[in-house]
Design a protein around this ligand. Structure first.
Ligand code: ADP
Ligand code: MG
Length: 333
């Protein structure tokens, strides 16, 4: 059987994870959340995460500056620590490079990697460097730390929770479209491109949200809320409703979508690589949390739906009416 038949998650669930169920003892949380959790004391756990970026799968060498690629390689990993509510401690960088790469390319890559490392106070502590005959291959690992009481897992959601995101979704997918269609760069498309090429991880937001008792489950948006919310629903055994009119999209995405006849909602739901946080909130604490979030970060926490008892799966609503085909739903916007 070809691996494409199983897909990424099928491969992880059916081939990779089962082999290790016995070795992963009950004190450890392994495959299935944004980061692994290893308790190191009664009060504290370490978090570990790793993510790979492969040339022509995750990026096109001619379409991303080395500075941006260095920044993004670290960013997507810090985002998985943020998703648990953790504070990143250190990073590890392994890189495979074709022999004919320029040293200046690597210098620029490291400048981007270091700028974000400095911003978030995360030292690079090791890695591996090798030649590659199959294009550029990058793997970053990040460790983090969190108070045991504050860890936010995908499985912590409850019936009735409100589903929220910490920022706009869809810009990154719009930026990718700008790249793929070779669209001109102007102020509007640059905003989308920046979000795609140098997403900023919501580490401060994650740490702050983890300290709020009203916050229950949390993860980061790497594959798009339509796919990522499913992970929370599956892990928590609940069904979800997404109210399409509440999904936050930037003015730039709407404007660009208008010009090129994109479906902005489709990009926002299924595009991915936004690296905002997706969380579920106790309805009793939601209003206060929203006010406090806005006071802390100067922008709103967006409620986009809610959870209910039932088979895991998402129902999309527009003005309280079920939207069966998302593309159909979009045409009304
Ligand atoms: P994320 O998007 O948050 O980085 P992924 O969707 O890449 O998460 O992975 C889902 C889960 O599967 C994570 O817990 C990840 O650690 C685990 N995982 C993915 N690939 C492998 C692998 N090759 N071996 C072990 N665990 C894996
Ligand atoms: Mg993640």
């Amino acid at each position: 059987m070809k691996i494409s038949k199983l897909g990424e998650f099928g491969l992880i669930e059916k081939v990779i994870a089962p082999e290790f169920r016995e070795l992963v003892n009950k004190h450890l949380t392994g495959i299935g959340d944004d980061s692994a959790i290893i308790p190191i004391s009664q009060h504290t756990s370490h978090l570990h995460t790793t993510d790979m970026l492969v040339e022509n799968t995750h990026f096109l060498r001619e379409k991303i500056a080395p500075y941006q690629l260095g920044f993004k390689s670290l960013s997507v990993n810090l985002s998985d620590i943020a998703a648990m509510g953790g504070k990143p401690l250190a990073s590890y960088l392994s890189i495979g490079l074709p022999k004919d790469m320029e040293v200046e390319w690597m210098e620029e890559f490291m400048r981007g990697y270091k700028d974000l490392s400095e911003d978030e106070d995360v030292p690079l502590l090791g890695g591996d460097t090798t030649s590659s005959q199959a294009g550029i291959v990058i793997n970053v690992g990040v460790t983090g730390e969190i108070d045991n009481q504050l860890i936010k897992k995908r499985s912590d959601a409850r019936d009735g929770d409100i589903v929220c995101v910490t920022g706009d979704v869809g810009d990154s997918a719009g930026g990718l479209q700008v790249i793929l269609d070779n669209l001109p760069q102007d102020q509007v498309s640059s905003k989308l491109l920046d979000q795609h090429l140098t997403p900023y991880p919501h580490v401060s937001e994650g740490i702050w949200l983890a300290s709020q008792p009203a916050v229950r489950a949390m993860m980061d948006v790497s594959d798009g809320i339509g796919s990522d919310l499913q992970h929370i629903l599956k892990a928590s055994q609940l069904k979800g409703y997404v109210e399409l009119e509440k999904v936050p999209m930037s003015l730039e995405l709407r404007e660009q979508a208008g010009i090129y006849q994109w479906n902005p909602l489709e990009l926002a739901i299924s595009g991915g690589e936004d690296y905002v946080l997706l969380l579920t909130v106790d309805p009793a604490g939601y209003e206060q949390l929203g006010r406090d979030f806005e006071a802390e970060f100067g922008r709103p926490l967006h409620a986009i739906g809610y959870l209910a008892a039932g088979e895991p799966g998402i129902t999309y609503l527009k003005d309280n009416q079920e939207v069966k085909d998302l593309k159909e739903g979009y045409r009304h916007f």
